[in-house]
Design a protein around this ligand. Structure first.
Ligand SMILES: *Cc1c(COP(=O)(O)O)cnc(C)c1O
Length: 363
C-alpha cells in the first residue's frame, strides 16, 4: 500500500491504520456517525486548538483547504467590512483572490516570498487605516516553508481590536498554537496536513460569539460557514450535504494517533527532528536552503538547485524509483525544490533519503 513515501505538503504519507479506517460504510444520519464520530472530532479539534475550548467551536466543511478559507472569508467579512490580507506567498495571495471574487473591500499587504511577515509593518498599517475590521494571514506559508511570527502578528492585530483570521492549514496539529492565548478568531486547516488524515474535507475553528453573528452574511450556499455550523450544532454532528464519511472516519483514527504520539508537542518535536536530519544531510551534500534558519518552519523546506545544469525532473524520478516523492518549487525569484517533513514519516526516513540523494548525485 506504500510504493513510496510522500515528502510533500499534503496529501502526505498516512499510516496503514488511517487508511484501513476507511474500510466500512457509514450512514450520514445515523448516530454511529454523527454522535460517534463527527461530534467527537469537533470536540477534540477545539481542545487541541484552544486552552479555552468553551469559547470556540469547530465546523467541518467538504472540499479541500481552500474551500474552507473561502467559506470563512465569505461568511465572516460583510460587504461593509474592510479586510487586510497579509501575504508572503501563494496562499496569502489566494486569500486576496477570494476577496476579489466576493467583491470584498480589502487591501493586500505584500511581503517578499522569501521574507517572514514583519509585525511592525502590520502595526503601522493598522495605525494609518482605522477602517480595517479584519486581518487575515497565513501561519506557515507552504509556498516556501516560512513560518510567520504568529504570536507577534496576533498581538498587533488584537492591540488594534481587529478580527484575526489565520490560515493554519499546514501547521495546525504539527506546530503548537493556542487560539485563546493569541486571540485568534477564525483558524482554518484541513484533514490531509499535520493531523495526517486523507484529503476530502477541511475545518474551521471559530470564536463562537463571532460566528453566531454571521447568519445571512455568506454569498455562497455551499460555502455558508454559519449554516453549516448551525446544522452541525442543532443536528449533533449532521452535515448539510453529503459528507465524506470514509475520510471523516479516517480522520478520527488520525486524531487518535496524534494523541497516542503525545499530542501536538510530540508531533512538533518529531517534525523538527525530521527537518533537522534533512537540512544537516542536505548541507553536507552541498545544498543550500532558500530561507534563513530563523524563518524556517519544520513543515517543508525549500532548497536551491545545486547548479544551473540541475535537472529537477531527472532528480525527482531517480528519488521516486528509490521510494521518495519530493515536490517542485513554487516561487519565481529562484530555482528551488521542496521536501516536506510532515506525515507518517520519521527521522530514519530522512537518513535514508539523504543516503539516496548521495547515491543519485554520484551516478
Ligand atoms: C495546503 C494549503 C492550503 C489549501 O490548499 P488546498 O489545495 O485547497 O487543500 C491553504 N493554505 C496553505 C498554507 C496550505 O498549505
Amino acid at each position: 500500500m506504500r510504493p513510496y513515501l510522500l515528502l510533500t505538503p499534503g496529501p502526505l504519507t498516512t499510516s496503514e491504520t488511517v487508511k484501513s479506517a476507511m474500510m466500512s460504510d457509514w450512514c450520514t444520519w445515523d448516530e454511529d456517525y454523527n454522535i460517534g464520530i463527527v461530534e467527537v472530532i469537533r470536540k477534540k479539534l477545539v481542545e487541541i486548538a484552544s486552552s479555552k475550548p468553551e469559547e470556540y467551536t469547530a465546523v467541518l466543511m467538504q472540499g479541500s483547504g481552500s474551500f474552507c478559507v473561502e467559506a470563512t472569508l465569505g461568511t465572516a467579512v460583510r460587504p461593509q467590512d474592510h479586510l487586510l490580507v497579509v501575504a508572503n506567498g501563494a496562499y496569502g495571495k489566494r486569500m486576496g483572490t477570494i476577496a476579489d471574487y466576493y467583491h470584498l473591500n480589502y487591501d493586500l499587504m505584500k511581503f517578499e516570498e522569501t521574507q517572514a511577515v514583519v509585525p511592525a509593518q502590520v502595526d503601522d498599517y493598522l495605525n494609518q487605516h482605522p477602517e480595517v475590521t479584519h486581518v487575515s494571514v497565513v501561519h506557515c506559508e507552504t509556498t516556501t516553508g516560512v513560518l510567520n511570527p504568529l504570536a507577534e502578528i496576533a498581538a498587533v492585530v488584537k492591540k488594534h481590536h481587529k478580527v484575526l483570521i489565520v490560515d493554519a492549514m499546514s501547521s495546525f496539529g504539527g506546530v503548537p498554537i493556542d487560539m485563546a492565548a493569541l486571540g485568534i478568531d477564525f483558524m482554518i486547516s484541513s484533514a490531509n496536513k499535520c493531523i495526517q488524515g486523507v484529503p476530502g474535507f477541511g475545518f474551521i475553528l471559530a470564536r463562537r460569539s463571532l460566528l453566531e453573528q454571521c447568519k445571512g452574511v455568506a454569498r455562497s450556499l455551499s460555502l455558508d460557514l454559519y449554516d453549516q455550523w448551525e446544522t452541525m450544532e442543532k443536528g449533533h454532528g449532521k452535515w448539510r450535504f453529503t459528507s465524506p464519511t470514509h475520510v471523516v472516519r479516517a480522520f478520527m483514527q488520525a486524531l487518535k494517533e496524534l494523541e497516542e504520539e503525545g499530542g501536538v508537542a510530540a508531533r512538533f518535536a518529531r517534525y523538527s527532528k525530521n527537518h533537522q536530519v534533512l537540512v544537516e544531510g542536505m548541507r553536507s551534500l552541498g545544498y543550500r536552503t532558500l530561507l534563513p534558519d530563523a524563518d524556517q518552519s519544520p513543515v517543508i523546506t525549500s532548497f536551491y538547485y545545486p547548479d544551473a545544469a540541475f535537472d529537477f525532473k531527472a532528480f525527482y524520478l531517480k528519488l521516486k524509483e528509490r521510494g521518495f516523492v519530493i515536490y517542485p518549487g513554487k516561487i519565481s525569484q529562484a530555482d528551488t525544490f521542496r521536501i516536506g517533513n510532515i506525515g507518517d514519516v520519521y527521522p530514519e526516513d530522512f537518513e535514508r533519503l539523504i543516503a539516496c540523494i548521495r547515491e543519485v548525485q554520484s551516478v
